[in-house]
Design a protein around this ligand. Structure first.
Ligand code: NAD
Length: 314
């Protein structure tokens, strides 16, 4: 397999895949990261053409691990040099990536992915082989998805010791807006409000640290994922503003924040006891397999080991 972009996520995918015994090579545009990765024993280059020729020659699974704004440049090169390679990505939004890949005519061999793991740090040095252990890794089951490529991408996620959550791209984006992109905007809001009062920083402890942790992420990355998911983030943001507005009005008129606090507490308790049933019965490639997996993912199901594939012995 071939990883394009050796930052936190690409660098971690490369390490985890190598640790699982896979043959993996990669590309990064900055020579510093290439040198650091080589020093750590990895097979990497700063020449994109070289990596793509090699991918095309070995029918490698290409993993796009760059921020959203860099995708068109890479897709243009892939279209020229390695259009038949199976292709996946790790981008935090899925609908916008799907449209981009379609524009480049590469949809046939593409299955979107999103490992739900990360830190607020960037670059090769921030990565580690254990980043995805136990983490959900979304593998898309959109209508166009090819069973063979889907199986390859799922196997990569399982090799990285993640658990696979099948989802359609639009449903992923709505869920990601609620659990990732909106929390980013709220974290920035909390940090900004506290930043106006020096005493607040002096007193800050667990609540502030936990609630603002993701505000330490590089602003460009946060902007890239929030802005690329505007269609799903806007309704989530509106819902948040409405809840807060109602809470402000209730506090002003009756002195109570009970409604929001009780709803929020109950939802958090449901999250703590949320069960994640294992998906085992779907045979990949049979009629309706994508719909079946999308329904199972929607219900909270996860894949922990490879599913049987139509026409194979597994
Ligand atoms: P990073 O900054 O650590 O790495 C980004 C990589 O992209 C670097 O190797 C950089 O050299 C490369 N890059 C940037 N612009 C480029 C360009 N124009 N041409 C070629 N290469 C370019 O970022 P990351 O956290 O690894 O994020 C990579 C992807 O993973 C993003 O799409 C992000 O949405 C997604 N993601 C991030 C997290 C997270 O927590 N950070 C979690 C899941 C998915």
């Amino acid at each position: 397999m071939c990883v394009l972009g050796l930052g936190l996520i690409g660098g971690s995918v490369m390490r985890a895949a190598a640790a699982a015994g896979r043959e993996v090579f990669g590309y990064n545009r900055s020579i510093e990261a290439v040198q650091a990765a080589r020093f750590d024993g990895f097979d990497v280059t700063e020449h994109l053409g070289e990596a793509l020729d090699r991918a095309a020659g070995s029918d490698a699974l290409i993993v796009l691990a760059v921020p959203m704004p860099a995708l068109p440049i890479l897709l243009g090169h892939i279209r020229e040099a390695a259009p038949d390679c199976p292709l996946t990505d790790v981008t935090s939004v899925k609908g916008a990536v799907l449209r981009e890949v379609e524009q480049f005519g590469l949809l046939d061999r593409f299955v979107g992915g999103h490992p739900m793991a990360g830190t607020a740090h960037s670059g090769w040095a921030a990565g580690n082989a254990g980043l995805f252990i136990g983490a959900p890794w979304v593998v898309s089951v959109d209508d166009h998805v090819d069973a063979q490529v889907w199986t390859l991408v799922t196997q990569l996620a399982l090799d990285c010791q993640a658990v696979v959550v099948p989802a359609r791209s639009d449903e992923h984006d709505a869920a990601a807006a609620a659990i990732s992109h909106l929390p980013h905007l709220f974290a920035e809001t909390l940090a900004d409000i506290a930043g106006e009062v020096p005493l607040a920083f002096a007193l800050a402890a667990g609540s502030f640290r936990d609630g603002t942790r993701v505000a330490a992420t590089a602003p460009d990355l946060v902007r890239a994922m929030c802005e690329a998911n505007a269609g799903q983030l806007l309704p989530a943001l509106e819902q948040g503003i409405e809840l807060l507005t109602r809470t402000r009005d209730a506090l002003a008129s009756s002195g109570s924040v009970a409604e929001l606090v009780e709803k929020g507490h109950a939802a958090r308790m449901r999250y703590d006891s949320f069960s994640r049933p294992e998906i085992i019965t779907t045979v990949v490639g049979t009629e309706n397999w994508r719909d079946e997996l999308a329904a199972a993912g929607r219900a909270g199901g996860m894949i922990r080991s490879a599913l049987p594939v139509l026409g194979s012995q597994r």
